[in-house]
Design a protein around this ligand. Structure first.
Ligand SMILES: [Zn+2]
Length: 261
C-alpha cells in the first residue's frame, strides 16, 4: 500500500519558531491538495461542499475558532449539543423513547465536549515542564508509535493512526509522556491531518525552544475507508521537518528509527 505523502520541508511560520497561538495565521504551502477554485461556476454549492470535504482542503494552520468559543461552560455546551443531537436523531426518524437510544444525545454531547473535542479548549493543553539536559545528551530523541485518535473536520468521523516525533535538545528536555500528551491534545479537535501535523510541530518548537523538531503522522481516515471512495487500504502520511531535520542526514536518521530502514 502506498501512502499519500504530503510534506512540508520548511517551517510554515518562518525560521524563528513562532508558536501558532501567537496570532499568526500563516497558511502553510500545501504540496497537495491544490486549493479549490471557488469561482468555478460549474459546481453548485452542494457539490462544492462535498468536493472540499473529499479533497480535505485546509484553510489555515490555526484551528478556525470564534473569539467567543469558550464563553459557554462545558456543562452549557453539553446541554446545547444534546438538544441539537436529539433533533438530528429525531429527523432521521429514530424513536427516542427506545431505551437503547434515549441516552444517546447526552452521551454524544458529553463525549464531544469532555473527550474527543476537549483539545479545542486551551485550558486542557498539557503544561510542559522542562528539565535541564544534565547528561548533555546531544543526539536526537525519538518518540515513535504514539497512538492518536482524531476526527475529520469535514465529515466528523475518525482519523486514527500513529505519530512519530523527534527533537534535538536545545539544553532542555521534556518528560517523555508530555510528547504523547501534546500529540493527543491537538488530535482531540476536528482536524485535517496536515494541520494536526503542523500544530504538533509548532507546539514542540515553542515548548522545547528549538527549531529542531520532526513530526510524521501516518493515519487512516474513516471518511475515505467507510464512505466516499471506500478505499480501505490507503493511509495518509504527513511530515514536518524543522531546523536541522530539514537537512538530509538528520531526517534520514529519524526515518531509520521510525521505519527501520
Ligand atoms: Zn473527511
Amino acid at each position: 500500500m502506498k501512502p499519500n505523502e504530503i510534506s512540508w520541508n520548511t517551517p510554515p511560520n518562518g525560521k524563528n519558531g513562532k508558536n501558532h497561538t501567537n496570532g499568526h495565521n500563516t497558511a502553510p504551502e500545501l504540496a497537495s491538495p491544490a486549493p479549490l477554485d471557488l469561482t468555478d461556476t460549474d459546481l453548485d454549492l452542494s457539490e462544492l461542499i462535498d468536493q472540499m470535504g473529499d479533497e480535505h482542503v485546509a484553510t489555515a494552520t490555526d484551528t478556525p475558532l470564534r473569539p467567543d468559543a469558550f464563553v459557554l461552560s462545558d456543562e452549557e455546551k453539553i446541554h446545547k449539543i444534546e438538544k441539537h443531537f436529539k433533533a438530528i436523531m429525531d429527523t432521521l426518524g429514530l424513536d427516542l423513547t427506545d431505551d437503547s437510544l434515549k441516552g444517546t444525545p447526552h452521551r454524544v454531547a458529553k463525549m464531544y465536549v469532555k473527550e474527543i473535542f476537549s483539545g479545542l479548549n486551551p485550558r486542557n493543553k498539557p503544561s510542559a515542564r522542562l528539565f535541564e539536559n544534565k547528561y548533555k545528551y546531544s543526539g536526537m530523541l525519538v518518540e515513535r508509535d504514539i497512538t492518536f485518535y482524531s476526527n475529520c473536520e469535514h465529515h466528523f468521523v475518525p482519523i486514527f493512526g500513529r505519530a512519530h516525533v523527534a527533537y534535538v535538545s536545545s539544553g532542555k528536555v521534556i518528560g517523555l509522556s508530555k510528547l504523547n500528551r501534546i500529540v493527543q491534545y491537538f488530535a482531540k479537535r476536528p482536524q485535517v491531518q496536515e494541520r494536526l501535523t503542523n500544530q504538533i510541530a509548532e507546539e514542540l518548537k515553542a515548548v522545547l525552544q528549538t527549531e529542531n523538531v520532526a513530526v510524521v503522522l501516518d493515519a487512516t481516515h474513516m471518511c475515505v475507508c467507510s464512505r466516499g471512495v471506500q478505499d480501505v487500504n490507503s493511509s495518509t502520511v504527513t511530515s514536518y521537518y524543522g531546523g536541522q531535520f530539514a537537512e538530509g542526514p538528520l531526517r534520514d536518521e529519524f526515518l531509520k528509527y521510525v521505519y527501520g530502514k
